[in-house]
Design a protein around this ligand. Structure first.
Ligand SMILES: [Zn+2]
Length: 145
């Protein structure tokens, strides 16, 4: 087993084991369960930032979740089960982002979203669970939220 020595130490401090998570996401992509596929088609995946990391928002019917591919999701499943290692199953949102990247089926709004709007979106997603700022951008871009 090769150890990854050249990558950042910051990922190690996040409390999650990205290697394990990455493997389980890969597994979920290779053999996506029917429920994961169904779920992913119900979400809209939106790329909102590229720097310093890719930040995605997965827009569901009731809630918006912040996803950093292979690393993080703001949903309860991830916060509780993955972070505390009760399961190594990634949440649907992490899989949905990977699937939509693979199938190039996502919205890239990085040029429409500046730092200020990005902050508002992340803040609203984390506090209210739903971002009206993002919905405003979607509306302006003629994307049905
Ligand atoms: Zn999630």
């Amino acid at each position: 087993m090769q150890k990854n020595t050249n990558s950042s130490s910051s990922t190690k401090e996040s409390g999650v084991v990205p290697e394990v998570l990455k493997k389980s996401i890969k597994r979920a992509l290779e053999t996506p369960s029917p429920s994961a596929v169904t779920a992913s088609s119900l979400f809209k995946t939106i790329l909102v930032a590229r720097q310093p990391v890719e930040i995605w928002i997965v827009v569901g019917k009731d809630s918006d979740y912040i996803v950093i591919p292979g690393m993080y999701c703001s949903c309860p499943h991830f916060q509780i089960k993955v972070v505390f290692r009760l399961t190594d199953e990634p949440c649907y949102h992490l899989v949905a982002v990977e699937l939509s990247k693979k199938e190039k089926r996502y919205y890239d709004l990085t040029s429409q979203i500046d730092e200020k709007i990005l902050y508002d979106i992340l803040y609203e997603a984390l506090t209210v669970g739903r971002s009206s700022s993002l919905r405003r951008v979607l509306y302006e871009e003629d994307i049905e939220p």
